[in-house]
Design a protein around this ligand. Structure first.
Ligand SMILES: *[C@@H]1O[C@H](CO)[C@@H](O)[C@H](O)[C@H]1NC(C)=O
Ligand SMILES: *[C@@H]1O[C@H](CO)[C@@H](O)[C@H](O)[C@H]1NC(C)=O
Ligand SMILES: *[C@@H]1O[C@H](CO)[C@@H](O)[C@H](O)[C@H]1NC(C)=O
Ligand SMILES: *[C@@H]1O[C@H](CO)[C@@H](O)[C@H](O)[C@H]1NC(C)=O
Ligand SMILES: *[C@@H]1O[C@H](CO)[C@@H](O)[C@H](O)[C@H]1NC(C)=O
Ligand SMILES: *[C@@H]1O[C@H](CO)[C@@H](O)[C@H](O)[C@H]1NC(C)=O
Ligand SMILES: *[C@@H]1O[C@H](CO)[C@@H](O)[C@H](O)[C@H]1NC(C)=O
Ligand SMILES: *[C@@H]1O[C@H](CO)[C@@H](O)[C@H](O)[C@H]1NC(C)=O
Ligand SMILES: *[C@@H]1O[C@H](CO)[C@@H](O)[C@H](O)[C@H]1NC(C)=O
Ligand SMILES: *[C@@H]1O[C@H](CO)[C@@H](O)[C@H](O)[C@H]1NC(C)=O
Ligand SMILES: *[C@@H]1O[C@H](CO)[C@@H](O)[C@H](O)[C@H]1NC(C)=O
Length: 864
């Protein structure tokens, strides 16, 4: 017994890990590897102060080497005799007598890393650069990569920020991982431990700025108490080289300051903002600046006073200019009230260019227009924003979203860099010249700009995993690397992250690479394809399926699906004219169906469902096929992950497996709902006869009901067979039962049901009178997606019981106890024979009442 435990402990596989250290675990390398590592026995940190990033770099190096190699290395701040690791700015390095002749020119935040000689040199252009160099060196060590490196690297852009959408009350808009680490009860938190831990993660991916509060800003951030709190937050992040800024509410002078106006040209308003800004800089002397969402989705702004957006932005630019601050001004301005789908030419996608094109040249030089990657809103696929081509006198930054708002809310695995790269690599051909969004425009090179770059919305919360999901952290990691160098390879980044997060075992690397690289295409397949956007509930949670919510409202995320045709006609000749917002070569490409890339067909064109694609399939058949293929891919994720049993520590293995099983089930919900919806609206049958036909399902409404009633749901397509059953009241135990008319054999049993919040119904499945297991509707406590009160596409889910032996004529019964508002809603029971599982898809969902590791061990090792 003792011996067994000892062996496990030395393999390093038993220690539970909660994810708090992200990719900065500094896990001990396997013994053989360590021998190749030759690391000097002292660190010389040429620090300026004890809170400088150089000092922190020295400490981090000591900690990392101790963790990775088990070796204690001293840190001093003066040169030593013999080999050492010298870390410092180029000025400090020169002053200490270092040889700088060989170091190529470093730009702001850039660094030089040289491991060739006895003495390892990590030299930064500034203090941040030193820290970045140290993290790169530790990343190599952590991956067991002892290649000799001599390199200088500089950032592609100076702005590499994250935006938190944290509310002052501690909630997070689109937060899926617990409450804010910055605010609670309308004040900044007193305990900044998590804040500095977050800054450490950000520094390691070279992020140099953060906006800490939601763009839908509460002016109370400007109270004296909160300004002092911002000072504490900035103090916690400064040692990591992360500068703090805040989002502003345009109406603050009136709603918070008590002025009669917030008009941007009003003298009293200008003076008020000047005063507020000066006070802020007293607390945060290196404040990065402001982020402003104005005249967007109900937010106040300069247009309220008939002033231009540029006049609004410049108000703040003037206030921060003397302090060296900048203003990030969001381009997400559109009319969400008057757009009318009856007008074929109306198009929300036109808004950003319509609002900003004529203002180019009017913005002060410390204003940066922050542009979402696509013209609508973080959809699963969008054409790149054409605004990047129009901001030539004005600095611009791209807004990406690590937060998976429309992309599975961190409950679905979706590795985002392939999506981002497809935007960053796009050549807009401004004036017929190469104008690649990442390397030419965001780098500032194409239009000669200093202040350009990247912002990513991130929703880290109090959860130990930061994002709610261990695998979602690869997106945060990759964001930093791509902002530094948009040409970095997304697979290489992923594999570096994997080695640092889970270890270098080949099975781990291969499995996580395969799953991650399949994940965005799969998600696109089962949510919305051909550029139709994520077919989700756009007026609600942005999570589960609800395609009809997209049309017939002024939000403008239209699909224009009718009985015969679908898609947005964005051509110039006959549509909204959006295609014409691109430079001419690109505009011409998007103008015709033949030259539009097929993945954007329905983004740019309105076509009949019978339009034939290059594969020979019609649009509608492609919808069906893609939804089935996507759900099938998602169904393979739990089995792929299961290969890592014993290779990944139990806590992270289990938490990840649970999410992947949930995803596989929810992907079937998506597949069925979207297929059923378009089948219904188009009346065109699936050539492969899968849609609307479920030979292995017994609908709950066809069972014997005891204490249950039959109802419909909204939207209708999220119920198999269009109906479900719910308990008659929400206190009395009830049941459904059915006779199984299937040949004797072993089957997987999947129950489709709905898990609402405000209630935890309990369920028990019986075969004849033998209990097969029970579960509780408590996903609301376990997953973190946006909750709804409804029986809908968000709450729809599945539970699977595997390998159940049944005889023909057996009776299956589900006994339930409703709870709160949860009326134990049931959709169907699927009885899935081996191999023929729910129309070709491996039956998935998640397994309750079983230890998942044990389950997969049994399955994998004993071939059950
Ligand atoms: C470590 O070295 C031993 C002996 O050389 C070898 O048998 C073993 O496979 C090595 N382990 C790894 C992980 O390389
Ligand atoms: C640098 O850090 C050391 C601790 O490692 C400290 O003793 C020293 O005072 C610091 N140097 C300066 C100039 O602050
Ligand atoms: C080791 O790091 C170097 C420098 O970053 C890189 O070029 C090389 O590909 C890495 N080797 C492996 C096996 O990852
Ligand atoms: C926080 O501020 C909001 C107004 O923005 C107010 O409605 C709420 O009651 C406040 N909460 C607390 C705990 O003070
Ligand atoms: C501050 O928070 C950290 C982690 O979030 C916790 O470990 C620590 O105990 C807290 N400190 C105090 C004084 O509450
Ligand atoms: C803005 O202009 C419109 C039309 O030109 C006018 O009706 C309105 O009163 C003006 N609003 C303000 C606040 O000046
Ligand atoms: C949209 O336009 C149609 C046709 O012009 C009109 O009948 C309808 O009232 C408009 N809807 C709204 C909400 O303005
Ligand atoms: C052109 O636009 C009209 C609406 O104005 C639409 O009904 C028609 O289908 C479009 N024609 C083509 C060929 O897309
Ligand atoms: C997506 O769907 C297409 C069309 O059915 C299919 O060819 C492709 O393999 C699918 N990809 C994934 C990752 O599911
Ligand atoms: C993290 O959040 C999930 C739900 O989102 C929850 O199940 C889990 O308990 C949380 N873990 C911690 C450590 O807060
Ligand atoms: C029972 O459900 C109804 C709606 O279905 C709800 O209004 C009521 O509050 C629920 N009762 C309890 C105790 O939650």
């Amino acid at each position: 017994m003792m011996r067994g435990l000892w062996i496990l402990a030395t393999l390093g596989l038993v220690a539970a890990e909660d994810g708090l250290n992200g990719w900065l675990r500094y896990a001990r390398l396997p013994g053989n590897n360590t021998k190749q590592a030759i690391v000097p026995s002292s660190i010389v940190a040429l620090n300026s102060t004890e809170t400088s990033p150089v000092y922190v770099a020295g400490q981090e190096l000591q900690k990392g080497i101790k963790g990775i190699l088990g070796k204690t290395v001293d840190v001093t701040s003066e040169s030593v005799d013999g080999p050492s690791i010298v870390v410092g700015t180029i000025d400090a390095f020169t002053a200490a007598g270092g040889d700088t002749d060989v170091i190529p020119e470093l730009e702001e935040d850039g660094f030089w890393l040289n491991t060739e000689g006895d003495t390892i040199e990590i030299v930064g252009q500034n203090e941040c650069g030193v820290l970045y160099g140290v993290f790169e060196y530790l990343s190599l060590l952590g991956q067991g990569n002892f290649t000799k490196v001599t390199k200088a690297t500089n950032p592609s852009a100076s702005i590499r920020w994250v935006n938190q959408w944290d509310n002052m009350d501690g909630t997070i808009e689109r937060g899926f991982a617990g409450l804010s680490i910055f605010f609670e009860k309308n004040v900044t938190v007193a305990n900044t431990t998590r804040v500095s831990e977050y800054a450490r993660l950000l520094a390691s991916i070279r992020v140099n700025g953060i906006i800490v509060n939601n763009v839908n800003a509460n002016p109370i951030i400007l109270s004296d108490e909160n300004m002092a709190g911002l000072g504490r937050i900035a103090d916690a992040m400064r040692p990591w080289g992360v500068r703090v800024g805040i989002s502003l509410n345009f109406a603050s002078p009136q709603t918070f300051g008590g002025l009669s106006t917030f008009g941007p040209l009003d003298e009293s308003v200008i003076a008020w903002w000047g005063d507020i800004t000066n006070k802020l800089y007293e607390k945060v002397p290196d404040m990065a600046g402001y982020l402003v969402k104005a005249n967007s989705e109900g937010q106040p702004g300069p247009l309220t006073y008939n002033r231009t957006l540029a006049e609004g932005a410049n108000l703040f630019a003037n206030a921060v200019k003397p302090h060296g601050g900048i203003v990030m001004f969001r381009a997400f301005v559109y009319d969400s009230v008057n757009l009318n789908e009856s007008n074929w030419k109306d198009d929300r996608a036109n808004a950003a260019v319509d609002f900003f094109r004529d203002l180019d040249g009017d913005f002060d030089d410390n204003v940066v227009v922050q542009v979402k990657y696509g013209p609508i809103d973080f959809q699963v696929r969008e054409a790149p924003s054409p605004l990047f081509a129009h901001l030539q006198q004005t600095a611009s930054a791209i807004e990406l979203q690590v937060t998976q708002e429309y992309l599975g809310q961190q409950c679905h695995l979706v590795y985002l860099p392939p999506l981002w790269k497809q935007i960053l690599n796009f050549d807009l051909r401004v004036d017929g010249e190469k104008s690649v969004i990442g390397t030419d425009i965001l780098s500032g090179k194409r239009f000669g700009k200093e202040l350009t770059g990247y912002a990513a919305v991130v929703n880290v919360g109090h959860n130990a995993t930061w994002l709610g999901s261990h695998l979602a952290m690869s997106n945060l990691y990759a964001y930093g690397w791509l902002a530094w160098d948009p040409t970095d390879n997304e697979v290489t980044i992923l594999q570096d992250w994997t080695r640092l997060t889970f270890g270098s075992d080949k099975t781990i690397i291969d499995t996580i690479t395969k799953m991650s690289m399949e994940s965005w295409p799969a998600y696109e397949n089962y949510t919305g394809n051909l550029g139709i956007q994520t077919l989700t509930d756009i007026t609600g949670p942005h999570y589960g399926p609800n395609p009809q919510s997209m049309d017939n409202n002024p939000w403008g995320q239209w699909t224009r699906a009718d009985a015969t045709s679908i898609g947005m006609d964005r051509t110039v000749w006959n549509g909204t004219g959006f295609a014409g917002q691109y430079p001419s070569e690109i505009a011409a490409q998007f103008e015709t169906i033949e030259t539009t890339p097929e993945e954007l067909l329905l983004w740019f064109h309105h076509v009949p469902y019978t339009h034939v694609l290059s594969t020979g399939a019609t649009v509608i058949q492609h919808f069906y096929d893609a939804h089935y293929a996507g759900a099938e891919t998602a169904a393979s994720f739990p089995t792929q992950w299961a290969k890592l049993v014993g290779l990944v520590d139990p806590q992270r293995f289990d938490e990840t497996l649970f999410r992947l099983m949930y995803q596989a089930g929810h992907a079937i919900v998506w597949r069925d709902a979207i297929s059923q919806f378009y089948h219904n609206i188009s009346s065109i049958a699936d050539e492969r006869a899968r849609v609307g036909s479920h030979p292995w399902r017994i609908e709950a409404e066809d069972m014997q009901l005891n204490g249950y009633r039959i109802t419909v749901v909204t939207p209708f397509e999220v119920a198999s067979g269009l109906r479900i059953v719910q308990t008659v009241d929400n206190t009395t135990a009830a049941s459904v039962s059915t006779t199984l008319n299937y040949p004797a054999g072993t089957y997987d049993l999947a129950v489709g049901y709905y898990d609402l919040y405000e209630g935890k119904a309990s369920y028990e499945l019986f075969l004849n009178d033998e209990s097969l297991g029970s579960w509780v509707g408590d996903l609301e406590d376990r997953l973190g997606y946006t909750l709804t009160r409804g029986i809908d596409g968000h709450s729809a889910t599945r539970v699977t019981f595997r390998r159940v032996a049944i005889e023909e004529g057996d009776v299956m019964r589900i006994e339930t106890v409703p709870n709160g508002r949860e009326t134990a809603p049931l959709d169907y029971l699927a009885v899935l024979p081996p191999g023929v599982v729910d129309q070709g898809v491996l039956g998935a969902g998640y397994v309750r009442g079983l230890n998942t590791i044990q389950y997969f061990k049994d399955r994998v090792y004993y071939g059950l």
